[in-house]
Design a protein around this ligand. Structure first.
Ligand code: ADP
Length: 438
């Protein structure tokens, strides 16, 4: 028997002896026993009351002292609270270290809770986003960073790509924002990077390409004019020069196409957003199909499957350029007797998909992520031989970005390729639904 139970046993024994003596004294053992039991009960009730008082303020008051069975209970509770306090201290230390790490982060970091409320902000985030620590803790991030692009990014839930916006406190500062979901309680980490320098360099590069292309356009047009008239009338030149002139003509054509493509790309990148108009996609696709048949010159079987009711809010010329680029590529790269299937449909999310599937050579997986970069070609010699500029897919990507869409490339070497332009539901107008409007 341990010490506290012995003390309790002695206490009960003393009470029994006192009750017996009292019973003998008053000559009534029942009354004495009742009295003894009441005293014992009162002592226990008193101990329960002390325990209750301590429990209601256990963080600030000391555990009461006692002997016997209650002493044992209090000792156990004391041990438990000590362990509990040690755990809390360890957690505090860990949290403090975590906060120090995020504070030392050169990039901005904001931890968001289930309803996008701010839980933690580091110093870099306060200076990039203009958030105040601790005043803004608990407020939804979209109440403080109100850029409509950011609000849409938060709502869309497609966090695989970063978002680029101007800083709310300095319009000249460009920031890249990236949301990283974590844990199973819908938590998110918002990473913020100052990319002003990178943005400036990108701007210089874009301006440089646009200026060079622009400057080259006029001399090229003059050269082309002269070469064309010389090719038309070769009587003045010998056979030797006729061949050379025809090559000059071809190369001038290629350079003109390249300059045009570069100018188109720089317009897509920097030009102001135009007001979208309702584009009759079925008839646009039929025109592209007819041109593809002409280009193919019966070398391919070109199949068309179009949902006649799907229109898109956008820019006709840009869409024509993107879709024809994909279809003409399929015609150019697919060998004779190959098949090309052009499709235009709504998917289950009401996104409109324009797809071009071919039975051509296909593209190895390692090339796919880089295919939409300017001048990236899988087979440079083949592309040049076909008169390609290496800018077609970059143009397609930018046109789709301007329409809020994306390009999906699916290809296996030796198995053909499928290029799909995906247009978001907001851009799609289904003519079957009378209420749709641009
Ligand atoms: P290019 O002017 O060279 O065709 P693009 O940007 O249109 O430039 O295409 C980039 C590269 O992607 C091409 O050089 C080619 O290697 C590859 N490519 C594009 N479309 C196809 C296709 N349908 N089948 C096979 N390869 C393709």
């Amino acid at each position: 028997m341990n010490e506290s139970w012995k003390v309790e046993a002695w206490r009960i024994l003393t009470l029994v002896v006192a009750t017996l003596l009292l019973g003998t004294g008053i000559n009534n053992y029942t009354l004495a026993a009742l009295f003894g039991a009441l005293i014992y009960l009162a002592w226990h009730l008193h101990s329960v009351a002390r325990l209750n008082t301590w429990l209601s303020a256990y963080q600030t008051t000391e555990i009461p002292e006692s002997t016997g069975v209650w002493g044992r209970v209090y000792d156990r509770l004391r041990g438990m609270t000590r362990h509990h306090q040690q755990d809390i201290n360890a957690l505090h230390r860990r949290l403090e270290r975590y906060q120090q790490t995020t504070r030392a982060f050169p990039e901005g970091a904001v931890t968001l809770g289930r309803n996008d409320e701010i839980e933690l902000i580091n110093e870099a985030a306060t200076s990039l986003l203009g958030l105040k620590n601790p005043q803004d803790l608990g407020s939804p991030i979209t109440n403080l960073v109100r850029d409509p692009k950011f609000v849409r990014y938060m709502q869309d839930g497609r966090y695989s790509e970063a978002l680029e916006i101007a800083s709310p406190i300095n319009r000249n500062m460009r920031m890249s924002l990236r949301l990283v979901p974590y844990g199973d309680a819908n938590g998110k980490l918002l990473l913020v990077r100052n990319i002003s320098r990178l943005h400036k360099l990108e701007e210089i590069r874009r301006d440089f390409i646009a200026n060079v292309s622009h400057e080259m356009k006029s001399p090229l047009t003059v050269i082309k004019g002269y070469v064309e008239s010389m090719v038309e009338d070769t009587s003045e030149f010998g056979l030797k020069w006729t061949k050379a002139l025809s090559q000059v003509d071809q190369q001038t054509d290629r350079m003109c196409r390249m300059v045009d493509d570069l100018l188109q790309l720089s317009n897509l990148e920097t030009g102001p957003a135009e007001k979208p108009t309702l584009v009759d996609m079925p008839s646009l696709i039929r025109s592209v199909h007819s041109e593809a048949i002409e280009l193919s010159n019966s070398r391919h079987d070109i199949d068309l499957d179009v949902d006649e009711s799907i229109y898109v809010a956008g820019n006709f010329n840009q869409l024509y350029s993107a879709l024809s680029n994909l279809v003409f590529n399929a015609v150019q790269y697919t060998p004779e007797h190959g098949q090309i299937k052009i499709g235009w449909h709504l998917d289950q999310d009401n996104y409109a998909n324009f797809s071009v599937r071919d039975t051509g050579p296909g593209i190895a997986h390692e090339h796919l992520p880089r295919l939409t970069e300017r001048f990236y070609r899988v087979d440079t010699a083949r592309s040049r031989e076909l008169g390609g500029t290496g800018l077609g897919l970059a143009i397609v990507k930018h046109v789709l970005q301007r329409h809020g869409g994306s390009l999906v490339i699916d290809s296996e070497l030796g198995q053909g390729s499928t290029f799909t332009c995906v247009f978001p539901a907001q851009r799609v107008v289904d003519r079957r639904e009378p209420k749709s409007s641009v």
